[in-house]
Write a protein that binds this ligand. Structure first.
Ligand code: ADP
Length: 427
């Protein structure tokens, strides 16, 4: 069994976003956490998304990791490669979008690709090569002040040009809006003019779909998750997607249910407030002082675990977080809380908890790594960008990994209702 589409994502939540999009378009998708160092059973997946952490690392390291991912995906039979980055084109001065793209082109023996970060549903559009966030140019959006990747130029042809050795062209709106045939003709002209990459305009989903259809023969595509919209159609048209079951079907996971929250974002704190079931708050100050907060949380779980989900959280208000950070240091406090939540998660698994909602990007990363999970089957979205997933392996866990600011206020309740419904449907 070989895969159709191989994707390389430069961060974890971006990978999930793309995987969720592919599943919604009918491709069974597995997300891998890094490049596997031993064989993994990916079931009957049509697409694999390898999640790297390569967005802000030095360009040479990003190239090395991406080429490793490419070679693994080629080994699985991938017919086309997608390099996924952020829809705000987040990059450092030196890259890594341009250098990684050029290295992938070279390794694939390809001479041209398109670059399109547009994601109109989230307000990211590209017009005349300029990226807009909502009604503002990228350079006038809050991305101007991003702590790691400040974006001060909205002209993506120029930004990508600075990062690349080869020539960067433009597939402008008046071409893209005419559809796949016009796009293919323009790609031929760009190639003939010596361009190796072209920024593609897109202000609506139909443009992304047209670009995807026009790119059926390109070995490599690059962009945000939106650029994947048209690709499943290409594989279907070629008779290659032949799933008999739904793409979002997950293995059934029985067991107890827990929400673990380490995000202090306002969205997560509102979700905690709203949660109607039994809940326990870790005293982070006491934890950092060395008291047995892990034992306390597990005793709470022993008393309360049953039919209904329970919640254990470390999340606190900005004032409380500041107090802890002042006393114990920001990094030490963060790592101590992450380690504690990971130990609690392991203790819960021993107690038969196999269904977890995890709130917080770093928090999810720490717990998934403590569980030794290498990859996830991606299922149905609970809220945009947050699907249910099931870990690979013989005894899967059901996991919903929510980055802090995602999800509506009733997310925790909704997540488990959604899982129960999926299981009723599965019969
Ligand atoms: P988000 O997705 O909202 O950014 P993360 O889990 O990525 O959430 O980051 C939250 C960080 O805050 C984690 O490192 C976590 O351990 C830490 N943290 C959680 N609760 C507290 C607290 N009460 N005091 C200090 N740090 C905390």
């Amino acid at each position: 069994m070989t895969i159709l589409l191989g994707c390389i994502a430069d961060d974890f939540t971006g990978a999930t976003d793309l995987a969720s999009m592919l599943v919604q378009s009918g491709m069974r998708t597995v997300q891998l956490i890094g490049v596997p160092d031993e064989p993994v059973d990916i079931g009957g997946a049509d697409a694999i998304v390898v999640a790297l952490k390569s967005r802000t690392i030095p360009a040479e390291d990003a190239i090395h990791q991406s080429l490793e991912a490419l070679s693994w995906l080629q080994g699985e039979g991938a017919k086309q490669i997608l390099f996924k980055y952020c829809s705000t084109f987040d990059s450092t001065d030196k890259g890594n979008i341009g250098p990684v793209t050029e290295a992938l082109l070279q390794a694939l023996g390809a001479d041209f690709t398109i670059a399109c970060p547009a994601f109109p549903e989230n307000g990211r559009t590209v017009y005349q090569g300029h990226l807009f966030v909502g009604d503002r140019l990228l350079s006038e959006s809050s991305m101007r002040h991003h702590p790691l990747t400040p974006m001060t130029d909205s002209d993506l042809v120029a930004v990508l040009g600075h990062q690349s050795e080869g020539k960067v062209g433009l597939l402008p709106f008046d071409v893209v809006s005419q559809g796949p045939e016009a796009i293919r003709d323009a790609i031929d002209e760009l190639r003939a003019s010596g361009a190796r990459q072209a920024i593609a305009d897109a202000v609506a989903d139909e443009h992304l779909i047209a670009l995807g259809h026009a790119a059926s023969d390109l070995p490599l595509l690059t962009g945000g998750s939106g650029i994947a919209m048209g690709l499943p159609d290409n594989f279907r048209a070629a008779g290659l997607v032949t799933a008999t079951q739904r793409a979002d079907q997950l293995p059934r996971v029985n067991g107890l249910s827990v929400i673990l929250a380490g995000s202090c974002s306002s969205a997560t704190r509102a979700q905690i407030e709203e949660f109607p079931g039994p809940s326990h708050k870790i005293d982070v100050y006491a934890l950092c002082r060395g008291e047995d907060e892990i034992g306390r949380a597990l005793r709470f779980a022993d008393a309360m675990l049953g039919e209904e989900p329970i919640l254990i959280s470390a999340s606190a208000s900005p004032d409380d977080v500041a107090r802890v950070q002042e006393r114990f240091g920001r990094e030490h406090a963060g790592a101590t809380v992450e380690d504690a939540l990971a130990s609690i998660a392991l203790g819960l698994r021993e107690r038969g908890v196999y269904r977890f909602v995890l709130a917080g990007g770093e928090t999810s990363g720490a717990i998934v790594s403590a569980f030794g999970i290498r990859g996830l089957h991606i299922g149905r979205a609970i809220d945009p960008g947050v699907p249910w997933t099931a870990s690979l392996g013989d005894q899967p866990l059901a996991l919903a990994l929510k980055s802090g600011n995602f999800g509506g206020v009733d997310f925790f309740t909704k997540a488990f209702q959604c899982l129960d419904n999926l299981e009723v449907e599965a019969g």
